[in-house]
Design a protein around this ligand. Structure first.
Ligand code: AMP
Length: 283
């Protein structure tokens, strides 16, 4: 496995194969590993980037304390047969005196966009830069970050970026909690209680799919979360193509949620396909 610590080193890599790309911020877990498995295909080279992108963190967010576990991350990549890893420095991605950012409108504005102003500008900018450096044929993203997937698909369409975007299912712990690098901020006790979030999502989706009144169900589910110590930022039933809220059941729509639990911000989403798996308890 090749490991490149700069963009120029990466550009001198003599790879002849089309690339399948998995961008990450490191602190790799089974969710990232599932993307790496999807990226490993005959006739393609797999490339993972590990870069904690400063521009997608707000001023009061966790950029400086975001987990950085490079040695373990490289081992995960090696175990998954990744061909090359790009680990650039911040100045390599954001040259001194840079003056260009990508701003996506529409799908980037509500929900995550409203609670984390400028977050998606940072995401779109770094992803476009990484695409320009890595020049992948295919890039893999996790459905865990559903709105991020919509923002990237919008950017790729609007800017005619020659890459095919693939969205892969959310990997979960045995109790249903979606894997996230931020779960390690939870104490053992809060970690156990946090599984109430996917439980409520599942119950809420079940009620919506039975044709019950959507606003009422969203309200009572938010209340149930609040009663159990969650500070709900949003819980919404949306069309994943537009991120517009919906009042009626449709099998394409998804429930999206963001809630703080004991100071840790958790996001998740589920759709009917997840219920069809009988249980989302275990991915
Ligand atoms: P991050 O390192 O958090 O920027 O995530 C890198 C990629 O991994 C993104 O495409 C995420 O959506 C994806 N990802 C994060 N958590 C999960 C998960 N639990 N299951 C599947 N993919 C995930």
């Amino acid at each position: 496995m090749k490991v490149f610590y700069s963009v120029s080193e990466f550009r001198s890599w003599e790879n002849q194969l089309p690339v399948i790309f998995v961008p990450t911020m490191g602190a790799l877990h089974e969710g990232h590993a599932s993307l790496m498995r999807a990226a490993r295909r005959p006739g393609f080279a797999s490339v993972v980037s590990i870069f904690v992108n400063p521009t997608q963190f707000g001023p009061n967010e966790d950029f400086s304390k975001y987990p950085r576990t490079l040695d373990a991350d490289l081992e995960v990549c090696r175990q998954h047969g990744v061909d090359a890893v790009l680990v650039p420095e911040v100045v390599d991605i954001y040259p001194v005196n840079d003056a260009t950012m990508v701003k996506v409108g529409g799908v980037a504005e509500p929900y995550e966009g409203a609670f984390r102003p400028s977050h998606f500008d940072g995401v779109a900018t770094v992803v476009l830069k990484l695409f320009n450096i890595v020049q992948p044929a295919v890039a893999c993203f996790g459905q865990k970050d559903l709105q991020q997937c919509a923002v990237i698909q919008q950017m790729v369409r609007d800017l005619a970026v020659p890459v095919s975007i693939e969205v892969l299912p959310t990997m979960r712990e045995d109790d249903g909690l979606a894997l996230s690098s931020r779960n390690r901020y939870l104490s053992t006790e809060s970690r156990a209680k946090a599984a109430y979030l996917p439980h409520v999502l599942k119950e809420c989706l079940r009620s919506i799919s039975q044709g019950l009144d959507v606003p009422k169900i969203l309200d009572s589910s938010s209340q149930a979360l609040a009663n159990n110590g969650f500070e709900v930022q949003y819980l919404a039933w949306i069309d994943p193509l537009t991120f517009e809220p919906q009042a009626k059941f449709d099998p394409r729509f998804r429930l999206v949620v963001a809630a703080k639990f004991e100071g840790v911000r958790l996001i998740d989403n589920i759709g009917l396909q997840d219920l069809d798996l009988v249980s989302i308890e275990k991915a």
